[in-house]
Design a protein around this ligand. Sequence first.
Ligand SMILES: [Zn+2]
Length: 314
Amino acid sequence: MDPALILGLLSMAVRSCASPVQNSPAVDGGQAGIKRQFAEQLLGLRDVTAMDKILETNSWRGGHARLPLREGDIAQLPGTGPRSAIACPGNSCLWPKAVDGFVYVPYRLSPEYVDMDRITIELGILDISSRTCVKFVPRTHEDDFLDIQPHSGCWSYLGRTGGAQTLSLQSPGCMWSGVVSHELMHALGFVHEQSRSDRNRYVTIKWENIVEGQEHNFKKYETNNLKTPYDYGSIMHYGRYAFSEDGDPTIVPKPDPRTPIGQRDGPSATDLHKINLLYNCGEQRLSSVSSFSGHSAQWSTIALDTQPLSTLIW
Ligand SMILES: [Zn+2]
């Protein structure tokens, strides 16, 4: 059988086997259980986004988790405040580009994962690697690498931190390829889409519908938006009911409130575009990426801004 067809069938199997989940605020389990009763009435499985799945899984980390998470799934280095990925000297928070123009991100996959987990994770990796200049490669000797582990919850640090950098993908709670690519994009340096500096032009945050004490998950940052349009369909976008108090929406698109937001399948075309822009993939490199070769000339003319990618603002 064609290997591509086998991979496709495995992908379908992974997605169809995923248990239905609903949006859940990242609060203690009891409160989350009550809140989910509202969300269950509002969301069908088809509408559950990668971020909904992440928040559902992470809601059960509760007080036992020692590592604080911001915005639901972004880990912070001990002793540091909220850290924005690219606000670092000389772009040291980015993964370095090799002399051949590709960006190789070494990773180690925990031996604790079963075969189906490994397939899911590798599908998430492939969704980025096959269409950008970023190539995730099994670690051999590199000092800096992603250490993918089935710890409690789905979470990642923002950008490259140096050394063995944990990226947690709990099994089975995080075993969607879209969740994998979401966390990988954090590790590449991307914040959530609705954290963008210009988000108020595209969505309304319904502060009154957010669980009390969870408002900090809707902070806005002074981001480098890479001259890309706001992307309602980004894999990095919260779902409509993220951190909802009573099942009412917390994020409403403008001007049409019915515009779908978030998804679960994998990086959008704009997500992939942004990865290529952030890592300054030139025309020559992109021309070898078949899915995007037709657009490479357009991208090569876009220069990266030099300001930090994200700085916290309210
Ligand atoms: Zn996230």
